[in-house]
Design a protein around this ligand. Structure first.
Ligand code: ZN
Length: 344
């Protein structure tokens, strides 16, 4: 009962505020460094229902910044959504946690987001953020943009119908290579914590005081040079999304090309066109047996994932039909490897 005593003591939250936090339903999209920090802060703050969405598996190089994961998670290449859920459940067994090891696309977003009080952005790309923006503006759900690169942290709370949306601030995604990324500029873990802290504080205020209390101010902090400023972002009366009602990213075809994963020797292969539904455990187990017979190494099915190694590459197949091939950054090589061994 006393778990949230210090938080309830705050004049800004109080007993009534804590009850609203406990009754809230929130999603976090992306469970890397920023999303993981956000998820842990929300769980410890007592947010009652957390949906944890991430398409990826844990790797050793994640462990320097991504606090929810352990060396064992990386050795087993566990899905981040599953490993994060286990970690948060150990922190507070009373929370309702909903893991979703699924790729968020225009095809899956309705199923993944549903009725929510707020969505947190833990992604690393503007394509997904603009898709989130389209969905949240369409459904009137507040969301909190968070970006970290180098030593700087950015966050903007978006309350549809009241404050600027992401496209008011950034009409189009920046062309590839035009802005610094974590790959080109690196990332300081302390900046991640500052961004997560500001984002979660605004999210809790939204839950406690309502949407009119937040939104419309972009927070930019440089933790290395000890500078922070809060900039008003005005609504654009001609914004393609929140003024003119276009939902270009929501309407875009969900079928995407194979893509190299940022800064890694890995390629993400989306589910094949027309694939709808889920691979059953039986089908994955049958495929595992066939792979062993074909000479694949370290074949195992765990937590509804199939892993194997062959030809110096490693493949993880998800039940939703996606695959991640590690050991190459070339989409063509990854695709032909997957076709040879998995038959698609
Ligand atoms: Zn807008």
């Amino acid at each position: 009962m006393d778990r949230h005593l210090r938080q309830r003591t705050l004049a800004s939250i109080g007993a009534a505020g804590q009850r609203r936090i406990a009754a809230a339903r929130v999603a976090i999209v992306g469970l890397g460094a920023t999303g993981g920090a956000i998820a842990e802060l929300l769980a410890r703050a007592g947010v009652g229902r957390l949906r944890l969405i991430d398409r990826d598996v844990v790797e050793t190089h994640n462990l320097a910044r991504q606090r929810l994961f352990t060396d064992r998670d990386a050795r087993l290449a566990r899905p981040k959504a599953i490993a994060a859920t286990e970690r948060l459940r150990a922190i507070d067994p009373g929370l309702q946690l909903e893991p979703a090891p699924v790729d968020l696309t225009s095809r899956t977003i309705d199923d993944l987001l549903g009725p929510l009080d707020c969505v947190f952005d833990g992604t690393d790309n503007f394509e997904t953020r603009l898709l989130l923006n389209d969905w949240c503006v369409e459904h009137g759900v507040p969301w909190i943009y968070t970006g970290v690169v180098g030593e700087s942290a950015h966050t903007l709370t978006i309350v549809p119908g009241r404050s600027a949306c992401l496209r008011c601030y950034m009409p189009e995604p920046p062309p590839p290579g035009s802005v610094p990324t974590c790959e080109s500029a690196g990332v300081l873990g302390a900046a991640v914590d500052v961004a997560a802290g500001f984002a979660v504080a605004d999210g809790l205020r939204l839950l406690v005081e309502g949407p009119s209390a937040v939104g419309g101010r972009l927070l930019v902090a440089d933790v290395w040079h000890r500078g922070a400023r809060s900039v008003v972002v005005e609504r654009d009366p001609d914004c393609p999304c929140c003024a003119r009602g276009q939902r270009a990213f929501l309407r875009a075809a969900a079928v995407r090309e194979a893509e190299p994963l940022c800064g890694r020797d890995a390629v993400h292969l989306p589910a094949p066109p027309g694939f709808d539904g889920a691979l059953s455990s039986d089908r994955l187990e049958a495929l595992a047996q066939r792979l062993r017979a074909m000479g694949a190494e370290r074949v195992r099915c765990a937590e509804r994932l199939l892993h194997f190694e062959a030809e110096g590459l490693a493949l993880s197949l998800f039940p939703d039909g996606r695959a991640i091939v590690r050991g190459t950054a070339e989409p063509a090589r990854a695709r032909s490897f997957c076709a040879r061994w998995v038959g698609r």
